[in-house]
Design a protein around this ligand. Structure first.
Ligand SMILES: Cc1cc2nc3c(=O)[nH]c(=O)nc-3n(C[C@H](O)[C@H](O)[C@H](O)COP(=O)(O)OP(=O)(O)OC[C@H]3O[C@@H](n4cnc5c(N)ncnc54)[C@H](O)[C@@H]3O)c2cc1C
Length: 317
């Protein structure tokens, strides 16, 4: 039976290092334990909140009511190679996509959703494949990457999760598991819809097995570039606001003179204006205050309504 902890601080489970306590917390390691946790909450009519890598969430100082499920231990990956179909067997393939897919060997990875993106990076790096470059510097877990359709601004392939996700499975509130193929759901800028409600449990990813000799060097260079542009030495959740069409939130926030704007321990980063950093003793309320001030100022000065990419969790009432 899954262990349920009571009154657990969520601070260390978020990359901003803020937030109150979960009334109850479960840290499942397997799908059976995840099912147990959901059944436990359901039998008590408690709401359920999912926290994976915690790198894109703002958890309220008042904490989270009901059961929080941390997916940090829900991690494992199976790697295999799907060989290209020999030409003589391809001739009768039913549709064009099937023919195309079978022309190349592919690296396939099937992982639990709490597997970290850095684990995934290591696998792609070992095979010298391009997704390693995409994953360089992307925090959080695979499931969170799917939910957010995490992506990068730089031109590269892949540059969003949708491009190498083949399918994912969702544990539904009734206890059943449903598999969604990539084209059965809606993928867009920083979200993936059409599969809710439920918890993403397993993800299937693949990429053509075409190694590039210099991937490691390019990963190192990408890490260096990020370090130069982003305040990675301070707790943050990356970009706080989605980019409006035709411009970047960072540019607009900087143009509004907001770099360095501070409330308590929360500050618009001097290095990257779309980051809000925790300078040491920030509360979630401080960060929320900075978010609201940035939104109001950019609206007044540039007429733009910035929408948050970061997800608010817990009791904000
Ligand atoms: C320094 C830094 C740099 C960043 N750079 C980028 C970047 O370049 N591009 C980018 O896109 N993002 C970036 N991010 C944001 C973040 O890393 C991504 O959005 C990431 O994909 C979130 O994954 P996570 O596991 O941390 O999700 P969490 O923050 O734990 O959760 C995000 C949301 O998804 C839900 N969720 C998570 N897992 C599941 C699941 N298995 N089933 C159902 N719901 C789930 C949660 O309830 C929450 O609503 C950055 C963050 C930091 C701290």
């Amino acid at each position: 039976m899954i262990e349920i902890e009571e009154n657990v601080s969520l601070r260390s489970l978020t990359s901003w290092l803020v937030g109150g306590t979960a009334d109850f917390l479960a840290r499942p390691r397997s799908i059976d334990e995840l099912r147990d946790a959901l059944a436990w909450a359901s039998s008590r009519s408690l709401p359920v909140t999912v926290l994976s890598g915690g790198s894109n969430v703002l958890v309220s100082d008042r904490g989270v009511r009901g059961l929080t499920i941390s997916l940090r231990k829900f991690s494992s990956a199976i790697v295999s190679v799907r060989e290209a179909t020999p030409p003589e067997q391809r001739a009768g393939a039913a549709d064009a996509e099937a023919v195309n897919e079978s022309r190349e060997s592919r690296l396939e990875i099937e992982c639990l959703s709490g597997t970290s993106k850095s684990e995934l990076l290591k696998i792609f790096l070992k095979h010298k494949l391009e997704p390693a470059l995409f994953l360089a510097g992307l925090p959080g877990d695979v499931g969170g990457g799917v939910v957010m359709n995490a992506g990068v601004a730089e031109q590269m392939k892949p540059r969003e999760f949708v491009e190498f996700t083949d399918w994912f499975e969702v544990l539904k509130p009734d206890g059943g598991i449903r598999r969604y193929l990539r084209d059965e759901v809606e993928w867009a800028y920083r979200h993936c819809n059409g599969w809710q409600p439920g918890i993403i449990t397993r993800v299937g990813l693949s990429w053509p097995l075409v190694p590039s000799a210099d991937v490691l060097e390019r990963v190192k260079a990408a890490n260096k570039t990020r370090l130069g542009k982003q305040p990675l030495d301070m707790p943050s959740c990356g970009s706080v606001f989605k980019n409006p069409p035709g411009t970047s939130s960072g540019r607009e926030i900087e143009a509004a003179g907001l770099k360095g704007f501070t409330i308590g321990g929360a500050q618009v980063s001097m290095k990257h204006a779309n980051f809000i950093v925790n300078t040491g003793d920030a509360t979630a309320r401080d960060i929320d205050g900075v978010i609201k001030h940035v939104q109001a100022t950019v609206k007044a000065k540039a007429g733009l309504a910035l929408k948050t990419e970061v997800v608010y969790l817990g009791d904000w009432g």
